[in-house]
Design a protein around this ligand. Structure first.
Ligand SMILES: [Mg+2]
Length: 310
């Protein structure tokens, strides 16, 4: 697959993972066959994506205009919040519900972290970070800075920002270098005092088993779950691109916050294997807020990248 295909796959497969996991979110029964069944935490139709993709679209639409302006992105988050979505993370709900304008978001998130330090490291920033890499392909410092600033709109714990830096750089490497292990490159971009912690977390995830990483509402465990699903799922020798669907199913089977873990994994898998690796039936079923389908996500990804040299 070409680099254009990998660009197109980044948001598309984020949404595929989200819609695939939606029907199993916080399910207490064991997960057998995995498909886009709908249901879950809201009246989601089969193929409908949830908060993960909707918030990523908020970032993507602003990025398509040429920047990652946090105020403009915050306004998109607020527009989504005001649409009364059925499925929303706790920190995101608390912060978005407490402000009048986007300019107040980061301050509200920081105040919430100060009040309740244990509540600000959820996976709600990591789940929406895929468009950041598209906005700054090939520019590590800009990716890292953008990922952190956008995380801090709702999640002020530095671990949330770290997880977004790690995953966004991994997506950059997948698109530009066809690698699935680019997360390791990002350690050098983290503050030195937290590198060792993340190195240990990645080592743990790589040794598995993936089922260890449930519950996964915490951003570190969510990243470990997605990383484990991707690294521990074999790449088929004859049809390597089938790894995308296989690893997404493995991500859902970990359980707990299934749509978010699969959305996170999907961002990286789509960036590696391309839009062409997404099973056609899933691609056709995709849709969600704000009235988009899978082809809109492909269009948005190209618009973000614009005419940057590839
Ligand atoms: Mg969700």
């Amino acid at each position: 697959m070409s680099q254009d295909d990998r660009i197109a796959g980044t948001l598309l497969a984020t949404a595929v993972g989200d819609a695939l996991g939606a029907g199993y979110e916080f399910s207490s029964s064991p997960i057998g066959e995995v498909d886009m069944i709908g249901g879950g935490l809201g009246p989601f139709a089969p193929g409908e994506w949830t908060d993960d993709t909707s918030m990523a679209i908020g970032i993507a639409e602003v990025a398509a205009g040429g920047s990652l302006d946090p105020d403009a992105i915050g306004e998109r988050f607020l527009a989504w919040y005001r649409s009364s979505p059925p499925d929303m993370g706790n920190a995101t709900r608390a912060v978005l519900g407490s402000v009048g304008t986007a300019g107040q978001l980061a301050g509200a998130a920081a105040a919430m972290y100060a009040r309740q330090p244990r509540g600000a490291a959820g996976n709600g920033a990591l789940m929406r970070t895929a468009p950041v890499a598209l906005a700054h392909l090939g520019d590590d410092d800009a990716i890292a800075a953008g990922a952190r600033v956008l995380a801090e709109l709702t999640h002020a714990d530095p671990l949330a920002g770290d997880s977004c830096v790690l995953w966004s750089i991994a997506i950059d490497r997948a698109i530009r270098q066809s690698r699935l292990d680019g997360v390791w490159d990002a350690l050098a971009l983290l503050p030195p005092e937290r590198r060792e912690r993340w190195e240990r977390a990645l080592d743990e995830a790589g040794s598995g088993p993936a089922s260890r990483f449930a519950p996964n509402g915490f951003t570190v465990t969510a990243l470990q779950a997605a990383h484990a699903a991707i690294q521990l799922t074999p790449v088929p020798a004859t049809r390597p691109e089938a790894h995308l669907a296989d690893a997404l199913v493995a991500a859902v089977r970990i359980g707990d916050d299934t749509d978010t873990v699969a959305a996170i994994a999907g961002g990286l898998l789509g960036a590696r294997w391309g839009a062409s690796a997404v099973p056609a039936r899933w691609r056709r079923m995709l849709h969600g807020w704000p009235g988009y389908d899978g082809e809109d996500l492909v269009r948005l990804a190209y618009e973000i990248v614009g005419d940057r040299p590839g």
